[in-house]
Ligand binder design. Structure first.
Ligand code: URA
Length: 502
């Protein structure tokens, strides 16, 4: 039996392809993680050496390697996620499953009672849940060094998910310098790129203050290479020579850009320092269920919206819901009664649910912002202090980027409990921009299933209020039909998803 040492999913994928084309049976091969240990089984081959090894004992030709190998996309996405699982057996199970799909049962993934399929689905779910926990609960600590701000966090994930989750943090906290330390691997973001380094041994798991010392001792030196380079270059070579050196081209831009970046950091920092995460973090002892999360959220004061809204309107629906709907913010009725989508927009949504064959009581419905934002002023001044004056009409206002950022940790935490969800529906542009991409446009991209940071199957559609606000009845009906058709697609996809995705 040959043992092949694997570093990561990309490597496994390339190798598995080669081995399948070589007709190597699963019982002829054994995969092991590259953790520096020698395995006990027969001959050990490093993945990088496999080219030679496989060619010498098989008849693989260049033509073979160019052969198309048809693998369901669903398997690849499953395999990529499972690749982050800590169990060493994952590569073997994946290879056996791939071999069976290619040689025996193309529809294997649909057989949800199959042992391998079941184990992979379980691993996938564990990784996704772990990734969502990391996104929701990583807590940064601010450090000032040389007048610059750095944010560091210590987290202990259950699986090897740092590389899965780091891109999410780099998008979310783009204009910050941050480091996340974990036992297996650490990652640094210097506002330009992610740099991965060794982990911090569990035995050294730092507490609050020690975290700062640990970071200063071990990690600060790989921080912000651009800044270090400038300092180094200033000391190594006179500034007047910079202009003639090609590698110094970016320096002027970097320096010129500094004030804008500092200003941006300050702005970002406001939202960063005080968000719902602070509220959640102070109460982690209570965080065992969605119900407890809801209770904590009831007292959220992370942004100013709580000062004038009647109450926090939290999501509702079964914790094992397969489809999750996320809107923008509660409206007037929702604010008064404390339930999402029960006003006029909720009526439209209910009609669309009925037409699409979705039972409202089987799905989870929530909002990206949990407090109602409105104005009572003719001039549209936001109401940010105290309840609305009696008798005044409360006019809806769109939440701004900071309010959305402040509130989002509630959705992150909700989502981490909704572990059976395999389809996420964004109702309207605010939710779609927060969940799919800031550039998302409902008018051009609604109705298509895309992958988001939250869910591999995410779809955006019209917000029911946008339908209500459409004055022309024909256009209104068109939008309603589109909403129904998007929800029908969401339901069909959710019903036929073999793997349960968190
Ligand atoms: N609009 C929303 O986005 N959510 C609600 O709960 C009600 C109206």
């Amino acid at each position: 039996m040959r043992t092949i040492v694997i570093d990561n999913f990309a490597e496994w994928r390339a190798l598995a392809r080669k081995l399948i084309l070589d007709a190597v049976r699963p019982d002829e091969i054994q995969f092991a993680d590259n953790n520096g240990q020698q395995t006990l089984f027969g001959q050990t081959i490093n993945a990088n050496d496999l080219d030679g090894a496989s060619k010498s004992d098989s008849n693989t030709t260049t033509a073979d390697q160019a052969k198309p190998l048809r693998v369901p996309r669903e398997f690849l996405s499953l395999a990529e996620t499972v690749g982050y699982h800590r169990s060493e057996s994952r590569w073997n199970i994946l290879y056996r499953t791939l071999w069976r799909i290619v040689n025996q049962t193309p529809q294997l993934l649909k057989i949800t009672t199959d042992d391998d399929v079941l184990r992979l689905a379980k691993m996938e779910k564990e990784v996704r849940r772990d990734a969502h926990k990391m996104k929701a609960f990583v807590r940064f600590r601010k450090i000032i060094r040389d007048d610059e701000e750095y944010f560091i966090a210590w987290h202990r994930p259950d699986h090897n998910i740092v590389r899965k989750v780091a891109p999410f943090f780099s998008r979310r906290f783009k204009a910050m310098n941050w480091t996340i330390l974990t036992p297996n691997e650490s990652v640094v973001w210097d506002q330009q790129k992610l740099v991965y380094g060794d982990g911090v041994p569990r035995s050294e798991a730092p507490t609050g203050d020690e975290l700062e010392d640990l970071w200063k001792t071990y990690y600060a030196h790989i921080f912000n290479p651009a800044r270090i380079k400038i300092k180094m270059m200033k000391s190594e070579m006179p500034v007047r020579h910079w202009a003639t050196l090609p590698e110094t081209e970016i320096i002027a831009d970097l320096l010129a850009d500094a004030p804008r970046r500092v200003e941006k950091m300050i702005r970002e920092h406001e939202g960063f320092a005080q968000t719902a995460l602070n509220v959640i973090e102070n109460r982690t002892e209570l965080l065992q269920s969605l119900e407890e999360l809801k209770q904590i959220a009831a007292n959220c004061t992370a942004c100013d919206l709580h000062t004038h809204a009647t109450q926090t309107v939290f999501g509702e629906g079964p914790v094992d819901a397969k489809i999750v709907f996320v809107g923008e913010q509660p409206g007037d009725r929702e604010d008064i009664e404390g339930h999402p989508f029960i006003g006029p927009a909720g009526q439209i949504l209910n009609e669309a649910f009925a037409a699409a064959g979705i039972k409202r009581e089987s799905v989870y419905v929530t909002n990206i912002v949990k407090h109602f934002k409105f104005t009572t002023s003719e001039t549209g001044e936001p109401s940010t202090s105290g309840p609305a004056p009696r008798g005044k009409r409360r006019l809806y206002q769109r939440p701004n980027a900071r309010e959305i950022r402040c509130c989002r940790p509630w959705f992150d935490a909700e989502w981490s409990f909704l572990t059976n969800a395999n389809l996420l529906v964004c109702l309207g542009a605010t939710a779609a921009k927060a969940i799919i991409s800031p550039n998302f446009r409902i008018t051009t991209s609604r109705g298509t299933i895309v992958e988001s940071d939250y869910c591999p199957q995410t779809i955006a559609t019209w917000h029911p209020s946008a339908i209500l606000r459409t004055p022309d009845s024909t256009q209104r009906q068109t939008k309603m039909n589109q909403l129904i058709s998007d929800l029908s697609l969401a339901k069909a996809k959710s019903d036929t998803s073999t793997s349960r995705l968190v």
